[in-house]
Design a protein. Structure first.
Length: 337
């Protein structure tokens, strides 16, 4: 199988020859930026630089997919948040929340696709598809509805609102989900094969699992129903408490980080509803330890039964290139035993 067929068949629940080795989260590193002359922060906005940097994760680092963009601020910026674009080794961050001091519900602008960097995201999907052969999958990232809501109203307002203004937050989440659905479908229509939805604000580290069931799960179900393509959820932290309801939302894949220690149990919980993706530690192993350490942890993930071998979170910008290559090397060695 080629990498694209392998990933898409895996997400469909079909048998594949070997486990895909790739990243559903951000892949840019300082080393790759220098090798491609495509550095942050320019590569967050410049289509050509974004394409070169994203594709380098496949062509240079060897990952079996191209994943872009490199931050979680695109939709928030388009909806009015101010963004600090960061530096060569620092990702963009939200610095203002336009709905922090009122109780308004945002309206989706008719010209959403023309706002902020959204036009760049759509153009880049087409450029990557033109640059690559059809055998390489493209994974496009977009922030999830809980995190988008927190960006727009402020995280503390979101968390307090879940308790004190539940109907207001529910209405806000519905609009955020509508925005995510619209953007995800646009990305897929412009060439992406899979959309990945990081939404750490929805996890047990911040909200009670009962609130996830009540507020987030219905929006995820609607997102998965209305997005016409493959969908992967990514959530940081220990999400054992919500793995079962998350598996019932309709995501073809669920990406977990290293805090999910018992991968076999996680895989049993997901059953045939969703594929398990992960979960080599990005900060503890890929960034800080050796090539052999990365390979050993990757092989353990394979032994535990992951369906897609991947970093447990976004790759840190200062991660050594050899430690990214270790993922595919470990997978290949695992199947040569």
């Amino acid at each position: 199988m080629n990498p694209r067929d392998r990933l898409l068949n895996c997400l469909k629940g079909k048998k594949v020859d070997i486990v895909p080795a790739l990243s559903v989260t951000q892949t840019a590193t300082v080393e790759l930026m220098r090798m491609t002359d495509s550095e942050w922060p320019e590569a967050h906005s410049d289509p050509e630089k974004m394409v070169k940097l994203a594709v380098s994760g496949h062509e240079i680092a060897g990952l079996e997919a191209v994943r872009y963009p490199f931050c979680l601020t695109v939709l928030a910026e388009a909806m009015g948040c101010e963004v600090n674009m960061g530096a060569m080794d620092i990702q963009p961050s939200i610095v203002s929340n336009p709905y922090s001091n009122n109780s308004d519900i945002p309206q989706i602008p008719d010209d959403l696709e023309k706002r902020g960097r959204i036009p760049v995201m759509l153009e880049v999907a087409e450029l990557i598809r033109d640059k690559l052969d059809e055998n390489v999958p493209i994974i496009a990232g977009l922030v999830g509805p809980a995190t988008l809501t927190a960006h727009l109203m402020g995280t503390s307002n979101f968390l307090i609102g879940l308790i004190k203004k539940p109907e207001y937050v529910r209405q806000f989440l519905e609009v955020s989900t509508d925005i995510c659905i619209r953007h995800a479908n646009n990305l897929l229509e412009h060439g992406a094969d899979v959309v990945c939805v990081p939404d750490g604000t929805a996890g047990p580290d911040l909200i009670d699992p009962a609130m996830f069931e009540n507020f987030i799960k219905p929006e995820y179900q609607r997102f998965c129903r209305d997005v016409k393509g493959f969908k992967v959820s990514h959530m940081c932290g220990d999400i054992n408490a919500i793995l079962e309801p998350l598996s019932e939302c309709g995501f073809e894949g669920i990406s977990v980080e290293e805090k999910i220690i018992d991968l076999q149990t996680a895989k049993e919980i997901l059953g045939d509803k969703s594929k398990l993706i992960g979960n080599v530690s990005t900060s503890g192993t890929m960034l800080m330890r050796s090539y052999d350490d990365v390979k050993n942890e990757a092989k353990n993930c394979l032994e535990e039964g992951v369906d897609v071998l991947a970093p447990g979170c976004g790759i840190a910008p200062n991660t050594p290139l050899k430690n990214i290559k270790a993922l595919v090397d470990a997978r290949n060695e695992y199947y040569q035993r």
